[in-house]
Design a protein. Structure first.
Length: 101
């Protein structure tokens, strides 16, 4: 639940950042061409930021997936080892019971 709140807070931060940048540019004493250029520059900076954050998020998710696979692999090995031990114990108990009869 806290991860979702962090994501929402980040989105609100980006929205506020964008609105503040637009308001600052629109109220700045510049010509129309300068204002359009400034808006374009800010949009490009925002695009680069989002791309960078997206790449970072993708890398983090891939790391989590890899860790999950490792954990599942280890658990599978432990389960297989436990099953092999149980089968061996059953065989030994069956052989011992056969010898007693």
């Amino acid at each position: 639940m806290s991860e979702n709140s962090g994501g929402n807070a980040f989105l609100w931060f980006l929205a506020g950042l964008g609105i503040g940048a637009i308001a600052g540019v629109l109220y700045a004493p510049r010509s129309g061409k300068e204002t359009r250029d400034a808006i374009l520059e800010r949009a490009e900076e925002g695009r680069e930021y989002v791309i960078t954050r997206g790449k970072h998020a993708r890398e983090q998710v891939n790391d989590w997936v890899d860790r999950g696979r490792e954990v599942l692999g280890k658990q599978k090995e432990q389960i297989n080892a436990a099953m092999d031990a149980a089968k061996q114990s059953y065989r030994e108990a069956s052989a011992e019971a056969s010898h007693k009869k």
